[in-house]
Design a protein around this ligand. Structure first.
Ligand SMILES: [Zn+2]
Length: 359
């Protein structure tokens, strides 16, 4: 059996590829983020295992990333590439228009399934022809250095049918899936910073003092989250999930698994919090028993709220992401256990959801 990939070496190679040459589009960054998220949610039991990743799954995650970003920023459409054809933002925008004024991506998928399929098809093809084909190649080089997946069948002119004939998937090399999942906490913030830099470079009207461009690109959607507050208070009581303090009318909604790490907005990852706990927790990884408590909430109540406000619970996804995150943590890492309190992550405390396999 091959050894697990050294995550440090893997991370260095990923960063080296990204730091070489000016990017002409943000697609490589989006593809890597999608790949990392996939690996977190589909962590193999064996750290040295290979993994097949469906490209349409990556396309959905990429669509999710651009879903917010294609909204106009201060009246401008943000450029995400230096070329004329912005294929991915264009596909996302077309789907957004077809879906009408939908509040969330999930609602848009419900209201316009054919437009969603068209967008996924176009993004799948674009990923295969551009970022997936080029990700492991230093710009200008004829051949790549395959350290993530086999890209020998990809080229800039591959057709949709040829891609389908190859299974519509890429095969990650042994150990890469576990390695990328372990690196998520380091790589994802770095990718976001590179992305914000790229968007500034590609949009000359964005000066250094422009308001929160990072928030526009990657922030959580506070306005939309407000829809959760009322139903959650009714179902679970008007108390902070963490400290049980009674909540005011405008309390924050907190992502239990940090938004910056997994970006999951499903109801199963959301709780009511007081401002004090919310601010103190920020991007910290919560203690495992907090995640255990959030996954143990009344699922019928969550499903009812999901129906009522047309907002998916994404329970399975939250559970899979939690498993991927904690299994990749080194023992002894500090986790947030409540206001100004932390505990060390200890493998001995292993709730049911940490076991088993997700595929
Ligand atoms: Zn609190």
């Amino acid at each position: 059996m091959p050894d697990a990939v050294d995550p440090l070496l893997l991370g260095q190679r990923v960063v080296a590829v990204l730091e070489t040459g000016l990017r002409t589009a943000t697609y490589k960054l989006a593809t890597l983020m999608a790949l990392i998220d996939h690996c977190i949610e589909h962590l193999p039991d064996d750290p040295a295992a290979a993994r097949t990743v469906p490209i349409p799954d990556l396309a959905h995650r990429v669509l999710e990333l651009y879903w917010r970003q294609v909204r106009p920023f201060e009246g401008h459409e943000l450029r995400q590439s230096t070329g004329e054809r912005a294929r991915i933002p264009r596909a996302v925008t077309a789907f957004r228009s077809a879906a009408g004024p939908a509040r969330s991506l999930a609602a848009a998928m419900n209201s316009a399934p054919p437009a969603y399929e068209t967008a996924i098809d176009e993004i799948t093809l674009c990923l295969a022809q551009q970022p997936l084909f080029r990700l492991q190649r230093v710009p200008g080089a004829q051949t790549g250095d395959r350290f993530l997946y086999d890209d020998s069948f990809l080229h800039s002119g591959i057709s949709r049918s040829a891609l389908r004939a190859r299974g519509d998937a890429i095969d990650l090399l042994p150990g890469v899936a576990a390695g990328l999942a372990r690196l998520a906490g380091l790589l994802k913030p770095a990718l976001e910073i590179m992305w914000v830099d790229d968007v500034r470079r590609m949009n000359k009207f964005l000066h250094a003092d422009v308001p929160d461009i990072a928030g526009h690109l990657f922030g959580r959607d506070r306005t939309a989250l407000a829809a959760v507050r009322g139903p959650f208070k009714e179902a679970f009581g008007p108390h902070c999930f963490y400290c049980r303090a009674r909540l005011p009318v405008d309390n924050p909604i907190d992502h239990v698994l940090p938004w910056s790490l997994v970006g999951i907005d499903g109801l199963a990852n959301l709780v009511l919090a007081c401002a004090r706990c919310n601010t103190d927790k920020r991007h910290a990884l919560p203690a495992v028993d907090i995640v255990d408590r959030v996954l143990g909430r009344d699922r019928d109540a969550l499903e009812q709220i999901a129906d009522q406000i047309r907002w998916p619970t994404e329970y399975q996804r939250v559970q899979a992401a939690a498993r991927g995150i904690y299994r990749g943590q080194p023992p002894g890492v500090a986790t947030w256990a409540g206001y100004k309190s932390s505990v060390r992550w200890d493998l001995a405390f292993a709730p049911v959801w940490l076991e088993g396999t997700t595929s």
